[in-house]
Design a protein around this ligand. Structure first.
Ligand code: C2O
Ligand code: CU
Ligand code: CU
Length: 518
């Protein structure tokens, strides 16, 4: 095989080596899921860099959003330059702020040295615009020589769709107000491409949300939180088997359980500080980590009341607000929360901490309450009309087991129901407009994400779901040896979608399956 060709054989071969690192490992049941990747430069003192809010994406005259994926050199660690791959050269990408029921077009022009695929996570999107992993935009300099090859292409030539230079996505957005996000979804290389910067927030609004007296304007802040590690020259460190991302996929060394960096970035800044008034803020928190889980708390907690009032989940507003002292978020999960800094005296520093982190990864960011201000916002007792699904609506039951499986011809791999991802076949064919009951089981931490289908968590280990499972979701945190039941609805479009583990290293290493909505 040539290194310039995408080779399924090379991929499976790399995984066979990879599997040695995870088989029979006693740490599988612990909360810490991966070996952290250490940075090799002096890290800044926490809370010295100001929090920035990504710019809002603006459409051109004809209503199309123009996005160029390109490399850029930006200052992340003060005093050094980091090459990122960004939508419009920024990381995180610009924030979409759009309305439900108002379709948009997004032209993605690829000026990176690798193929890309762009997915709107949580979007109800026709399959041809959903960022299917083998639907790739190939940059001009690669169009001559890039072609899928190996066992992959032989089995599924029709699964590949290579578009030169650019692609125009159409997003109907026929869905309620929600905190979505967008990111790269290239077959076998999603993890390193998201890590280099290809991710951003996507906010959908509607009349139901408009009518609520929630904090808005600069009191509504998206927080895209992710870990990274940096080399001595400021470059992002990632343990790719092939750093060109054109040959063998996968990671090296002990990172097959997932890559976790030792620097926590919020909106692209290391452990930033935000100056806030002593009023309510709406924080849209996204765990954009490749692998790390969060248990986020405020330190100190407010003298009275809960730290967070959750108003929204992954894909919509909750029926009623729920008070929480901690936010447990696995990769790709979102929490839309109100924090009332008015509960603290002016002058207080409040640290957002991750209680699953240690050392440099325990702190996330800090809020400095600098002033009083008038607060006309409120959190009403009812938010949205979120209907509750019940098990008797389910027309089918299915089981999906997320597990390191094998040994097979290729050793042990991250698999679903004992099968590595095959773009040519589907694990399930739910019918459009129906509800199914899925039982998810696992051997490890697997944040399970379903494209198109939105769901509600019915039970966790036979008991009522936990607080952070509330509401309509697209990703659920399945912990080692847990049994999680979800009621999933397929509405919107027929066609081939994927479900996968959103630990991006697991996703790249085969933990994905086709779902054909018929
Ligand atoms: Cu957030 Cu299939 O992805
Ligand atoms: Cu998705
Ligand atoms: Cu996983």
């Amino acid at each position: 095989m040539t290194s310039r060709r995408l080779s399924r054989r090379g991929f499976l071969g790399a995984l066979a080596t990879a599997a040695v690192g995870v088989s029979g490992c006693g740490s599988l049941t612990t909360e810490r899921s991966a070996v952290p990747l250490p940075s090799r430069l002096r890290l800044p003192t926490p809370f010295t860099v100001p929090l920035a809010v990504p710019a809002t994406a603006e459409p051109t005259r004809d209503g199309t959003y123009e996005f160029v994926q390109e490399p850029a050199r930006v200052e992340i660690i003060p005093g050094t330059r980091t090459e990122i791959w960004g939508y419009n050269g920024v990381f995180p990408g610009p924030t979409f702020d759009v309305r439900g029921q108002q379709p948009i077009k997004v032209r993605v022009v690829n000026k990176l040295p690798v193929p890309t695929s762009t997915h709107l996570h949580g979007g109800v999107t026709p399959p041809e615009f959903d960022g299917y992993p083998t639907h790739l935009v190939v940059p001009p300099q690669l169009t001559e020589r890039f072609e899928p090859s190996g066992a992959h292409a032989a089995h599924a030539p029709s699964a590949w769709k290579l578009t030169p230079a650019e692609f125009v996505h159409e997003f109907p957005l026929d869905q309620p107000a929600a905190t979505l996000w967008y990111h790269d979804h290239r077959m076998d290389f999603t993890a390193p491409q998201v890590y280099r910067g290809l991710a951003g927030m996507f906010l959908v609004r509607d009349a139901v949300e408009d009518a609520l007296p929630l904090p808005r304007g600069d009191r509504e802040i998206p927080l895209l939180i992710c870990d990274r590690a940096f080399g001595e020259d400021g470059s992002m460190l990632y343990p790719s088997a092939d750093p060109s991302l054109l040959g063998t996929p996968g990671v090296t060394g002990p990172y097959h359980q997932g890559v976790e960096g030792d620097v926590i970035l919020v909106n692209g800044a290391p452990w930033p500080q935000a100056e806030v008034a002593a009023v309510r803020y709406r924080l849209r928190i996204l765990n954009a980590n490749n692998a790390r889980r969060f248990d986020l708390r405020l330190d100190p907690p407010p003298p009275s009341g809960a730290a967070f009032t959750q108003i929204g989940s992954d894909v919509g507003l909750l029926a009623r607000p729920q008070p929480l002292d901690r936010l447990v978020l696995a990769s790709a999960e979102r929490a839309d929360v109100i924090v009332d800094f008015g509960a603290y005296p002016v002058g207080t520093h409040v640290v957002l901490r991750n209680h699953l982190g240690a050392g440099t990864t325990r702190d996330v960011m800090r809020f400095h309450i600098t002033r009083r201000a008038r607060d006309d916002s409120a959190v009403p007792a009812t938010l949205a009309d979120a209907r509750r699904l019940s098990a008797d609506q389910a027309v089918r039951r299915r089981r999906f087991d997320f597990r390191l499986s094998g040994p097979g011809p290729h050793g042990k791999l991250w698999m679903i129901n004992g099968q590595p991802f095959d773009p040519a076949s589907a694990l399930a064919s739910p019918e459009l407009g129906t509800t199914e009951l899925w039982t998810l089981t696992s051997d490890f931490h697997h944040p399970v994400h379903v494209h198109l289908g939105h769901f509600q968590v019915l039970s966790r280990n036979g008991r009522t779901p936990r607080a952070s499972d509330t509401g309509w979701k697209d990703t659920v945190d399945v912990r080692p040896y847990e049994v999680v039941q979800i009621l999933v609805r397929f509405d919107g479009f027929r066609g081939r979608y994927v479900m996968h583990c959103h630990n991006l290293e697991h996703e790249d290493m085969a933990m994905m399956a086709n779902i054909d909505v018929s």
